[in-house]
Design a protein around this ligand. Structure first.
Ligand code: ZN
Length: 264
């Protein structure tokens, strides 16, 4: 009976069980800007632009340089999210050359979790927060050929794991019901234009879910988006702040969990 009633209601509303999350202030979608690898170009070009717009980003830190510690501490104090990207960024040997013992083939799930735990300690020393989110190096979760994501979930070491964007369906998902250990994100080619970056936010705006951007270098370093393209995106988001809610990844997930879909 309950099921029939739910079905009837969903037909009346024309909204399926997978309907989108209700975002704050009537925003149609959430937009999350994430930046990987603790790059200086992010400190130089991304943080100031976000601060100027009053936006908070999510920074997945790894391989921190001693000289940059005061700057990252200030980024955390400024309300941006500092998150876990391991200490040594272990990736498959095929991705890029590194000391063999730091390739993901040389790890075990237990060693990977130990490393993630130590990066958490470092992050807490930086921002004072007890828990942190996580993004796996190179977007893959194998350690010695064994997927460690379920071990990581069971260990309760991280609040979420950022995964990979697969299709526009990801932009329509009910974020409150998403698996926190598989949060989709989308990377872009180096030649990406501001308009192409904006198009992703517009898709989210239509879909009603969440668009998670994945950046590396901003106007420098590697896998970079140009400074003008990044600025163009942030300017568009600033001009549309009533329609899209720009927040950290933890902020979006916390909101979605606390405000289950109310559209029925
Ligand atoms: Zn990385």
């Amino acid at each position: 009976m309950k099921t029939l009633l739910a079905l009837a209601l969903s037909l009346i509303c024309g909204v399926s069980a997978a309907s989108a999350t209700q975002w704050p202030g009537g925003a149609k979608a959430a937009v999350v800007l994430t930046y990987d690898d603790a790059l200086d170009s992010q400190l130089d070009h991304a943080v100031p632009v976000l601060d100027e717009a009053g936006f908070k980003g999510t920074f997945f830190l790894t391989g921190l340089k001693l000289a940059a510690i005061p700057r990252w501490r200030a980024v955390g104090a400024g309300g941006h999210e500092l998150a876990n990207h391991t200490l040594f960024h272990p990736c498959p040997a095929s991705k890029f050359s590194t000391e063999p013992r730091y390739t993901s083939e040389a790890y075990t799930p237990a060693a990977m979790l130990r490393e993630i735990e130590q990066q958490n300690v470092l992050l807490t020393a930086l921002d004072g927060k007890p828990t942190h989110g996580f993004a796996s190096p190179c977007g893959q979760t194998l350690a010695g050929g064994v997927d460690y994501i379920e071990t990581l979930r069971a260990a309760n070491l991280v609040t979420y794991a950022r995964g990979v964007y697969t299709s526009p369906d990801d932009l329509r998902a009910d974020v409150g019901r998403m698996d926190p250990m598989h949060i989709p994100s989308r990377g872009f080619d180096e030649a990406v234009t501001g308009a192409q970056l904006i198009a992703f936010a517009k898709e989210a705006q239509t879909g009603g879910g969440m668009a998670v951007y994945l950046f590396h270098g901003v106007g420098g370093d590697y896998l970079q988006v140009s400074d003008p393209a990044h600025r163009e995106l942030v300017a568009w988001l600033a001009a549309h702040r009533d329609e899209v809610w720009v927040t950290t990844l933890q902020g979006a997930l916390d909101w979605a969990k606390a405000h289950p879909d109310a559209k029925h």
